[in-house]
Design a protein around this ligand. Structure first.
Ligand SMILES: [Ca+2]
Ligand SMILES: [Ca+2]
Ligand SMILES: [Ca+2]
Length: 255
């Protein structure tokens, strides 16, 4: 075949493909609008503060990991910041010793705590070592009323008193994060004073001078989990975005 004819055919094919592409309006990458910036925040002190990673947490906030020269135990220290959903810092913590402690990539773990990965020169076998840190939940003291639950009783509520260790304010507990045995939510209907009125839900039930956070659960929902014998009920939740956990054992009788 005449060589010029082949070239002409190829050009015609290319032209046709190009026209088809225009006809079907195939989107071009450069034509897409990038998302708008909703907000920005900065975190740090007067020294160098280097961010490495961010993950979204179960409560809709963020855990930020990196390392800081501004704070901590000397040289670089690993730095973890927890924010709420708007990026406001809820708490932060440095980890490290006198040498360089770099990088911190957090993940939130299924138990509501955190696992953090970094590299440390302060600890380990020499030089830099891998560094895995597990943060558990704050231990709460839990008191359940009644201590003995009769499965055939007509009581409407099971009342739970949650006391946190020193340094934590029970008023900072987020009641919407509270769960009994990981499944049952407390009664949060604002028609009840014990849900909305701090003078009713912040009480010193065990009279040790430290306020407890009181929540009530539907007895019917809790009974559905239980059978006669001893039952350990576990309460979990968050105070200022930090997970807490506590358990108490009650007696369950089939009468
Ligand atoms: Ca800085
Ligand atoms: Ca250090
Ligand atoms: Ca108390």
């Amino acid at each position: 075949m005449w060589k010029g004819k082949i070239v002409f055919r190829r050009m015609a094919t290319l032209l046709l493909v190009g026209m088809l592409a225009l006809t079907f309006n195939i989107p071009q990458a450069e034509s897409l609008e990038p998302p708008l910036t909703e907000w920005t925040r900065t975190y740090g002190g007067a020294g160098w503060d280097r961010a490495l990673s961010v993950v979204q947490t179960f409560d809709g906030g963020y855990a930020l990991g990196g390392f800081t020269d501004s704070f901590g135990a000397g040289d670089w220290d690993a730095w973890l910041i927890k924010t709420d959903e708007d990026g406001n810092m809820e708490w932060n913590q440095t980890y490290g010793g006198p040498s360089d402690d770099l990088g911190l990539c957090p993940v939130q773990t299924l138990d509501g705590g955190y696992a953090l990965l970094g590299s440390t020169e302060s600890f380990g076998a020499g030089g830099f070592d891998f560094w895995l840190i597990k943060l558990g939940a704050v231990t709460a003291t839990v008191d359940i009323d009644p201590d003995t639950l009769a499965l055939k009783s007509k009581g409407k509520w099971i009342t739970v008193y949650i006391q946190l260790p020193e340094g934590y304010d029970p008023e900072d507990i987020d009641a919407t994060t509270i769960l009994l045995n990981g499944t049952i939510k407390p009664v949060l209907d604002p028609k009840y004073g014990f849900v909305t009125n701090p003078s009713e839900y912040l009480v010193d039930h065990n009279e040790d001078g430290i306020l407890e956070y009181m929540v009530k659960f539907s007895t019917a929902e809790v009974k559905a989990l239980l059978s006669a014998g001893e039952a350990t009920l576990t309460i979990t939740g968050e105070v200022n975005g930090i997970p807490f956990k506590g358990s108490a054992t009650i007696k369950v009788i089939d009468e």
